[in-house]
Write a protein that binds this ligand. Structure first.
Ligand SMILES: NC(=O)c1ccc[n+]([C@@H]2O[C@H](COP(=O)([O-])OP(=O)(O)OC[C@H]3O[C@@H](n4cnc5c(N)ncnc54)[C@H](O)[C@@H]3O)[C@@H](O)[C@H]2O)c1
Length: 320
């Protein structure tokens, strides 16, 4: 369905992720309704979107016009405000706090009022679709669409189906994400951590161990990623890296198979992420960026500026 025919997207929860999704959907041509139980959250989301729009314009990264209509409503417990015009909605993107019972309640309410072709999507980072959607009448229309923060500059979205999700729901969500400029990937089944966090935790785990064993300092460890591996990972993934770092994948395996297995066998058990090593790493991180809101926010703003620059570069490289 084309967005122009599709009516509206509803974003439930207008915090950090909800307001970003609203921008992404609006940039893709959808009209967006933002819901929250806290009116101030909607006000602050609209202010945020207006500020970001100016910044995106300045950096020539604006997708579409972003002139979507953002309506201000709170989600009442019966869901009746949503049901007023329910047949015009194309997708619900749930962005409430990571609490299973709260999310189940919201999907339970939506289940009572939605039509048979709407997509019910959750932004959850950790909750499996079988925990969220099992037992819903509209389970075939349910999916997890897990974004990466901040979604406007980091376009990946992991699509994770429930075992009973219709393939057409996955396909429609995939097409929608492409349409709005995101980069969707399909998981064929649910798995703890989905894919992004499994990869991230593998890296964090080894980083922790190397610092803990005194092999490298915390600051240098981070440089290995930001000025080393991360440079190429912004453009090609680990598998393509293998393919390019030899005369193709088969040749890479022939050359490096034994070495990789030898090193991987020296990896230890899962760290407990506490105690002395935690203190050491926390101290090193706080020397660079003190862990108070002012310093953390300043560093986050710098990070987002960098991501914006990278998004621009990637766009240029693709069009070459
Ligand atoms: N923050 C991240 O980096 C990130 C990344 C990917 C996915 N996620 C996922 O996105 C979801 C939202 O995370 P966030 O960081 O935006 O949280 P947040 O706390 O910033 O925002 C949650 C919003 O939901 C609102 N809310 C609470 N109960 C509600 C209800 N019943 N109806 C409507 N609104 C309600 C809150 O008032 C708040 O504005 C979580 O599931 C999280 O796991 C977060």
């Amino acid at each position: 369905m084309e967005p122009t025919q599709a009516g509206q997207v509803v974003v439930i929860g207008s915090g950090l992720i909800g307001r970003s999704w609203a921008m992404v959907f609006a940039g893709g041509g959808f009209r967006v309704k933002l819901y929250d139980i806290v009116q101030q959250q909607i006000t602050s989301a609209l202010e945020y979107i207006s500020r970001e729009k100016k910044e995106l314009e300045r950096c020539q990264l604006l997708k579409g016009s972003l002139n979507a209509q953002y309506s201000e409503f709170s989600l009442c417990s019966s869901g009746s405000q949503i049901s007023n015009a329910i047949y015009y909605y194309f997708l619900f993107q749930e962005c409430t706090p990571e609490k299973l019972e709260l999310k189940k309640k919201i999907f339970g309410q939506l289940d009572l009022i939605v039509s048979n072709d709407v997509i019910l999507s959750s932004s959850t980072s950790t909750l499996l679709p079988t925990k969220l959607f099992t037992g819903l009448k509209h389970v075939k229309q349910c999916i997890v669409a897990h974004p990466v923060n901040p979604p406007y500059y980091v376009p990946l979205v992991e699509l994770v189906p429930h075992p009973e999700t219709e393939p057409s729901t996955v396909d429609k969500t995939h097409a929608l994400m492409k349409k709005i400029g995101q980069s969707p990937v399909k998981l064929t089944k649910e798995i703890d951590g989905f894919v992004l966090n499994r990869l991230q935790y593998a890296v964090i785990s080894e980083a922790w161990r190397l610092v803990g064993e005194g092999v490298i300092s915390p600051a240098d460890l981070d440089l290995v990623m930001s000025d080393g591996l991360g440079m190429r990972y912004a453009f090609i993934g680990p598998l393509e890296t293998m393919h390019l770092n030899a005369e193709g994948m088969t040749n890479y395996c022939e050359r490096y198979r034994e070495g990789m297995i030898h090193v991987l066998k020296t990896f230890g058990p899962v760290p407990d992420f506490s105690g002395e090593i935690e203190q050491q790493i926390s101290q090193a991180m706080s020397e660079k960026t003190p862990a108070d809101p002012e310093h953390l926010n300043a560093r986050r703003a710098w990070r987002d500026e960098c991501l914006m620059g990278l998004a621009k570069l990637k766009k240029q490289m693709k069009s070459n």
